[in-house]
Design a protein around this ligand. Structure first.
Ligand SMILES: [Zn+2]
Length: 177
């Protein structure tokens, strides 16, 4: 994430240093920078070292990335939307070891579709729940987990224009594994 400023520049986006997050609308004072800090350090009520809690880490990364595609490379959208699709639609029990397998599958896929681009939903229309909502409202582990699932589901639904594309990728991934 250190290079998010460079990525924004590459994507032609000027990052605003104050106010709400310009991408997700989180109730921050230092914009995307604070939104990323919460993403990186927040949600401490969950013990992410436990395998049973890994799912929430994946959902956080997917939801946040898809709410902020301007600070990521374009193929990250394929990866994170496909992963949410595999988790929500195909009930895949995601594990860390599956991520490089999906990445490898996508590397082959994108070589055949170099111009495919998943146009993100408009800024501020990528799901109502944001990092600050979770920080403010998730007062305990159970509430935090429930809100993270809701957050990821909302973002996933906002990207539904591309579900046919990611369903195709998901099937290819499942066939190969
Ligand atoms: Zn944000």
């Amino acid at each position: 994430m250190q290079d998010y400023i460079d990525l924004a520049e590459k994507n032609g986006v000027t990052l605003l240093a104050s106010g709400k997050c310009q991408f997700c609308g989180a109730n921050t004072k230092r914009g995307i920078h604070e939104c990323l800090e919460i993403f990186n350090l927040g949600f401490q009520s969950i013990d992410f070292s436990q395998v049973k809690n890994h799912l929430y880490r994946f959902l956080i990364v997917d939801a946040h990335t898809l709410q902020h595609p301007e600070i990521h490379g374009r193929w990250n959208n394929h990866f994170h939307l496909t992963r949410l699709h595999l988790i929500f639609k195909y009930d895949v029990k995601w594990a860390y070891k599956l991520s490089p397998i999906l990445s490898n599958y996508l590397n082959t896929y994108k070589a055949n579709k170099p111009n495919e681009y998943l146009t993100p939903p408009e800024v501020l229309k990528r799901g109502k729940i944001t990092t600050t909502d979770i920080l403010e409202n998730a007062t305990n582990e159970t509430a935090c987990k429930a809100l993270i699932v809701k957050w990821a589901m909302e973002v996933y639904n906002k990207w539904n224009n591309h579900l046919a594309v990611v369903d195709n990728i998901a099937k290819g991934f499942l066939d190969g594994n």
